[in-house]
Design a binder for this molecule. Sequence first.
Ligand code: HEC
Ligand code: HEC
Length: 210
Amino acid sequence: MPFRLNPCAKLAGAALTLSLSVAAHAAGDPAQGEKKFYTCYGCHGVANYKNAYPDYSVPKLRHQNGAYLIAALQEYRDGTRPHATMHAQAASLSDQDIEDIAAYLQGTEAVKPGAAAAANAPKQVAACIACHGENGLGVEAPLVPKPPVLAGQHVDYLEQALTAYRNGRRKNVVMDGMAQLLTSDEDIKIAAAYFAEHPSPLATASTDSK
Ligand code: HEC
Ligand code: HEC
C-alpha cells in the first residue's frame, strides 16, 4: 500500500528534522557564551564580590551544572526567582544567549560526583546527600531538575539561599520542603558550612579561566 506509506515517511522525516534542530539549539555555543558573559564579569569575575543589603558573596558560576544555570537564568528573567539586579541582567537575554552562557560556564564536562565518602556528615545534611551527594558534588542519577553543585560554593551564599527557600522568598518544588528540615539558623549554618568546605572545581569566572 504505497499510498499509505508515503505520508508516514514524510511524517517521520519531519519529526527527525524537528528533533535535530531542537538538539542543536539546546547545545549552546561556549565561544559565543564567553562573549555574552562579558558584562557579567563585573560581579561574577571578582573573587569575593559581595551583594549589598543583605551582604553575601556573589555565587561562583564557573563549572556549575549547565542545566541548573539555564533554569536559574530563566527564573531571574521571568521574575519567579526574585533578585532585582539579576532580573535586570537576565531580562535582555534570549533562550539562545542563556544556553550559550551556560555552555561556557559549565565547560565541556559537568562536575562528576566524587568517590570519597565524607567521614562525619552532620545530621543536618542526612536528607540532602540523596541529591547533592555526600560531598556536594551531586550524584550519578540524572535528576530533573538538576541540583546545583554546592561543594566549594561561598558559605554565606549557601546560607542566604537556604534562608530564602525556608522563608518562601525563593521558591522551588524540591527545596522548599528540604529547607524546612533545617529548623534553626544554626542548622542552616552547619549544612552550608559542610557543603562549602568540600573541594570542587567550582570557581569564580575569570577571563582566563578555562
Ligand atoms: C551587579 C552584580 C551582578 C552582575 C553584573 C551579574 N550578576 Fe549574577 N548574581 C549576582 C548576585 C548578587 C547573585 C545572587 C542572587 C540571589 O541571591 O539570587 C547572582 C546570581 C546569579 C546566578 C545564580 C547562581 C546560583 O548558584 O544559583 C546566575 C546563573 C547568574 N547570577 C548569572 C549571571 C549572568 C549570566 C550575568 C551577566 C548577564 C550576571 N549574573 C551578572 C550579581 C550579579
Ligand atoms: C530531591 C533532591 C534534593 C534534595 C534532597 C535536596 N536538594 Fe538542594 N537542590 C535541589 C535542586 C533541584 C536545587 C535547585 C533548585 C532551584 O532551581 O532553585 C537545589 C538547590 C539547593 C541550593 C541552592 C544552591 C544555589 O546555587 O543557589 C542549596 C543551598 C541547597 N539545594 C541545599 C540543600 C540542602 C542543605 C539540603 C538538605 C537539607 C538539600 N539541598 C536537599 C535538589 C535537592
